[in-house]
Design a protein around this ligand. Structure first.
Ligand SMILES: *Cc1c(COP(=O)(O)O)cnc(C)c1O
Length: 466
């Protein structure tokens, strides 16, 4: 399988190449040249497979020759063997038509583990083959950072520099990053928002003073391998609800548009998805873009669902490229305009293409608290604020009553205990797998939101490519 950039001018790469590259050299994001397809019979044949086997089957066409079938299956078994539930991503029923897909049974309690546990193993496998070193730079609104650090701490050939917005992640999220003591892990708290941190990271990929000495890699959802791994649980849950013979809708708490884009990929591969609901909090650029075509970034409002406190959603570019006729040079121009003005209007073909599958809804703090209470009172489920935003959107959706709606439960409620306690007066316990998080010592460096300072900090500490 070959991968091309959404901005048309970067070299096409194979799966190993895109996994190690992250962002394309022209500033675009990689996508497979074409979508692999499964027939109805092939999908029906996947029912009942253990998660790791299903994962290997769905990912095989994307991985191509970069790994043998046995290698891929073995990496999936290692990655998903670390989950605390045998089903890996269990499905829980809320009422006649509403379901929760629990994606938080990994080591750091959010769905990011599903992709990053595998990505850590892919990095190690490819780097040991090439005998080279990778410098991961990442920005996190909380959950990517902890999942990525857990996935690469102590691994050969990888250094990780993780930027988080100082004071804007929950205490559990911060401690899950800053209490991991491994020589290859570097936590940086920067002044500013997640978007500021993400903009710095993006700039590093095209900063020659770094790229000439270091091989810079990405763990954000700009990395294709992450999205690929997330496609699997759309299949896993839809199969349990009757696919390929029955349509399923999904409601996805959305920030950087990675998770919901994986749903789009599943639909492209043949999974019968009737609708993908993009659920946002008051940081609603995606809701505005999908309703009026107006993609313009405002300022970020901090909320109780910090992993969705995002105005610029990197992966939206992948959708616009795919829906807009895959025209790399037009996309490059549209994004250049956006980078200068922080605003753009979707083209008609982009709007129509997106509207075939996507709808959207926005939840404010009251909607969120109400959904947490509803899940608790009606179904005895304690859900986190991100999941609650998804559930609120699922409850508002205009979908045939015979179609089940699956809300992606993206984080464990204990990760956001304060917000859950405010809504239902109950403080969820941290699962035993996170251990003595509050007794361990933290280590991180506070830096101002200045690009040069952050870049120099990294350049002084990273290991050259080889
Ligand atoms: C990352 C995250 C999201 C947003 O996912 P995207 O792929 O960025 O859209 C939602 N909820 C939680 C808990 C997250 O960690």
């Amino acid at each position: 399988m070959e991968y091309i950039s959404t901005r048309g001018s970067a070299l096409a790469l194979d799966f190993e190449g895109v996994t190690l590259a992250g962002l394309a050299s022209d500033g675009g994001l990689y996508l497979p040249r074409e979508w692999p397809q499964f027939s109805e019979a092939e999908i029906a044949d996947m029912a009942g497979l253990p998660y790791a086997e299903l994962a290997a089957r769905i990912m095989a066409p994307f991985v191509g020759d970069s790994l043998s079938e046995e290698e891929l299956l073995s990496l999936c078994q290692q990655a998903y063997g670390r989950f605390a539930h045998d089903a890996v991503t269990p499905l829980v029923q809320l009422d006649e038509r509403q379901w929760l897909l629990e994606l938080f049974h990994g080591p750091t309690l959010a769905f990011k583990d599903v992709a990053l546990q595998l990505l850590g193993l892919l990095f190690e496998t490819f780097l040991s083959r090439r005998k080279s070193n990778l410098t991961i730079v990442g920005a996190t609104s909380g959950d990517t950072g902890s999942a990525a650090i857990d996935a690469v701490a102590g691994r050969e050939g990888v250094d990780i520099f993780m930027l988080h917005p100082n004071g804007r992640v929950s205490d559990v999220q911060r401690r899950q990053m800053t209490t991991v003591r491994a020589p290859n892990v570097h936590n940086i708290a920067i002044e500013g928002s997640f978007d500021d941190a993400q903009a710095m990271v993006k700039r590093m990929f095209s900063d020659e003073s770094l790229t000439s000495r270091f091989h810079i890699g990405a763990v954000n959802s700009i990395n294709w391998a992450r999205l690929m791994a997330q496609v699997v649980y759309y299949f896993a849950s839809a199969l349990q609800l009757g696919a390929p013979h029955r349509e399923v809708a999904f409601s996805v708490p959305t920030g950087n548009f990675g998770d919901v884009f994986a749903g789009y990929v599943a639909a492209k591969m043949g999974l019968p998805i009737s609708q993908l609901i993009v659920a946002t909090n008051v940081n609603d650029i995606l809701h505005r873009a999908l309703t009026d075509g107006d993609y313009s970034a405002g300022t970020v409002t901090p909320t109780a669902a910090p992993s969705m406190d995002i105005q610029v959603s990197s992966n939206f570019e992948r959708l616009l490229f795919d829906c807009g006729g895959r025209d790399g040079s037009a996309m490059a121009e549209q994004m250049r305009g956006f980078e200068t003005t922080k605003a753009m209007q979707l083209t008609n073909s982009q709007r129509e293409g997106a509207a075939q599958l996507f709808t959207s809804a926005r939840a404010d703090a009251d909607d969120m608290a109400r959904a947490i209470r509803w899940a608790h009172d009606h179904s005895c489920q304690v859900i986190d604020p991100h999941t609650a935003i998804g559930l609120h959107a699922a409850q508002q959706a205009d979908i045939a009553t015979s179609t089940p709606i699956v809300t992606l439960a993206t984080a464990h409620p204990a990760k956001f205990r304060d917000a859950v306690e405010r809504a239902i007066g109950l403080r969820p316990d941290l699962p035993t797998r996170v251990g003595d998080l509050f007794a361990r010592e933290e280590a991180y460096t506070e830096l101002p939101g200045e690009y040069d300072t952050v870049r120099d900090f990294i350049a002084e500490r990273a290991t050259p490519a080889n």
